[in-house]
Write a protein that binds this ligand. Structure first.
Ligand SMILES: Cc1cc2nc3c(=O)[nH]c(=O)nc-3n(C[C@H](O)[C@H](O)[C@H](O)COP(=O)(O)OP(=O)(O)OC[C@H]3O[C@@H](n4cnc5c(N)ncnc54)[C@H](O)[C@@H]3O)c2cc1C
Length: 378
């Protein structure tokens, strides 16, 4: 049964506790559905209540998750604005936009976990292999725990990540009403000294924002300037930090998923599909533990191995992220014109998609349905 509860004290023990009910946490919980595991998901807000994203994703991710009905707009080009030029890149796959609340609630409908609104404060010492999580409503424990709480890494042994000197990108956007057919980004210092501006159309609204790879740089002026240039109102601000460097995916028995493991892609700050990808991966590993097919240590090791297998790709994106601010603005147009060579666009974008490929979402479903019921083997 799927339940949403609030208020009463929470002290309880479960097979799995998933902290964070956004993309990473919900993807992990969804992968455990039907396993018979007693899964508790906690978040400080109701599911889908607090969007912090422009919600752009490769279309195939929505399709593979069975969520294509939630697509708002689809784009087969990326329009890049640089000083003095506008360059249209013909993409080898399409991107789509969606509404955060709708997709989160749809992911949740596929789960059979229990949900509680609770603020996670941190972790308590491990006892007999069981981890305990301190929340503002009591202590919840389980042998399998996921931190999908976002960039702060609240369950990390070292106390997690603190701005402003951490490897974080700062991002802010406005959501004025409006329409456009173009998925557009601007590599232009008027909007961000070291970063970029964007406009993601989503049905009846535009999501216009700016991000800075330098966490000390504020982005309000850049986001406002871009909105003004596009004729959009400065309304419905939303912003957050976004990690741009990989962090340990496993820490003292806890799975870190999505932004908490720094799995947001550097350069583009695309972190939804990676949170889904690693959430699914962690969910599958935990399911195998619950079903007695492997021990918890093996699950954690497999998950860390997957995370490490993409280090090179993340490293290349981080390298380009660091390089772009050093390129003289007058060289950006000629460089993007060279890059526009279709073969280059195809190769690089396909490699980029391969860092969290959409077919991963449907892999293993057949295998899952054929599996037998379980015993925990932690
Ligand atoms: C302005 C902006 C625009 C973006 N646009 C895009 C985009 O278009 N496409 C894209 O792919 N990525 C985008 N991103 C990045 C993307 O939003 C993140 O990478 C992605 O949301 C990460 O998912 P997650 O599940 O790891 O973490 P989050 O989505 O950050 O979710 C963390 C969850 O943990 C909960 N939580 C946090 N602290 C606590 C606590 N103490 N106790 C209980 N619950 C807690 C939060 O309420 C939240 O539900 C954007 C980011 C920003 C800031």
């Amino acid at each position: 049964m799927t339940g949403v509860e609030t208020g009463n004290p929470l002290d309880s023990a479960h097979d799995v506790v998933i902290c964070g009910a956004s993309f990473g946490g919900l993807a992990a919980a969804r992968e455990l559905a039907g396993s018979g595991a007693d899964v508790l998901v906690v978040d400080r807000y109701e599911i889908g209540a607090r969007p912090t994203s422009a919600c752009g994703i490769p279309t195939d991710w929505l399709r593979e998750l069975g969520l294509i009905d939630y697509e708002l707009q689809r784009f087969d080009e990326l329009v890049v604005g640089v000083p003095g030029a506008t360059i249209r890149l013909d993409l080898p796959f399409t991107f789509s936009t969606f509404h955060y609340d709708e997709v989160c609630r749809a992911l949740w409908r596929d789960c059979d976990a229990r949900f509680e609104v609770a603020k996670v404060n941190g972790r308590l010492p491990v006892q007999n292999g069981v981890m305990s999580i301190d929340t503002d409503r009591g202590t919840v424990s389980a042998p399998l725990v996921v931190d999908a709480l976002g960039w702060r890494r609240i369950l990390a042994e070292d106390g997690g990540v603190q701005p402003v000197d951490a490897p974080l990108t700062r991002a802010l956007e406005v959501h004025p009403p409006g329409n456009s057919d173009d998925l557009a980004v601007w590599v232009d210092r008027r909007y961000a000294r070291a970063g970029y501006g964007w406009c993601f159309p989503a049905g009846e609204e535009l999501r216009i924002g700016a991000c800075s790879y330098v966490p000390q740089d504020h982005v309000r002026v850049g986001a406002d300037t871009l909105a003004k240039d596009l004729g959009g109102e400065h309304v419905r601000y939303q912003g957050n930090w976004i990690p741009h460097r990989l962090q340990p995916p496993v820490d003292n028995g806890v799975f870190f998923v999505g932004d908490s493991a720094g799995q947001c892609l550097p350069l583009t700050a695309e972190g939804i599909r990676t949170a889904l990808y690693y959430g699914i991966a962690a969910g599958r590993e935990m399911r195998a533990v619950f079903e007695g097919r492997q021990r918890r240590e093996k699950a954690l090791a497999n998950y860390a191995e997957l995370h490490d297998s993409h280090r090179t790709g993340f490293g290349i994106l981080l390298f380009v992220q660091k390089l772009i601010p050093w390129i003289p603005p007058r060289l950006l147009a000629p460089l993007f014109r060279i890059y526009k060579t279709q073969r280059l666009v195809d190769i690089t974008f396909k490699a980029y998609l391969g860092l969290a490929p959409p077919d991963f979402a449907s892999e293993g479903q057949a295998q899952r349905s054929a599996q037998e019921r379980p015993r925990v083997a932690v």
